[in-house]
Design a binder for this molecule. Structure first.
Ligand code: MG
Length: 161
């Protein structure tokens, strides 16, 4: 048996916040607004894991009304999901994600982002694809108001020890 999951997220661009994508801090003069560290890519990926197993969504697991998750490291949140007894019997086959961002240029950071995500899953980097697209200047993303991320992934049963 295999399970497919899809996730999507969007965060608003603001000054005086770090830009963290896939667990990697990207040097920029702006960042993303959010209750946690606002890692839009890891949020989409976390929702894809939860979606694959019909376990709800990141907002239900880590409510933004809960001060416990203020400034939370999204990599730690994803690790917590992966360690859940309902998720642990599954392992990643592959993951494909697309970032929508007009700026900054993300190509120089893609290898680091892919490796960071692979490390969180304990997977080979060859199983993790991350792409970036601009919106050709159109819409809120193209106008530099927000960054969005889409993710799909496939899970298969992990080998039993
Ligand atoms: Mg989010």
């Amino acid at each position: 048996m295999i399970r497919i999951g899809h996730g999507y997220d969007l965060h608003r661009i603001v000054p005086d916040r770090p830009l963290i994508l896939g667990g990697v801090t990207i040097p920029w003069d702006r960042g993303l607004l959010g209750h946690s560290d606002a890692d839009v890519l890891l949020h989409a990926i976390t929702d894809a894991v939860l979606g694959a197993l019909a376990l709800g969504d990141i907002g239900r697991w880590f409510p933004d009304t809960d001060p416990q998750w203020r400034g939370a490291d999204s990599a730690a949140l994803l690790r917590q999901v992966l360690a859940d007894p309902r998720v642990q019997p599954w392992r990643l086959v592959n993951l494909d994600a697309t970032l929508q961002a007009e700026r900054p240029k993300l190509a120089p950071h893609m290898d680091a982002i892919r490796q960071s995500i692979a490390d969180i899953f304990g997977a080979d980097v060859a199983a993790v694809s991350v792409k970036a697209k601009t919106m050709e200047g159109t819409g809120p993303i193209g106008q530099g108001e927000a960054i969005a991320a889409h993710a799909v992934l496939l899970l298969e049963p992990a080998p039993q020890p």
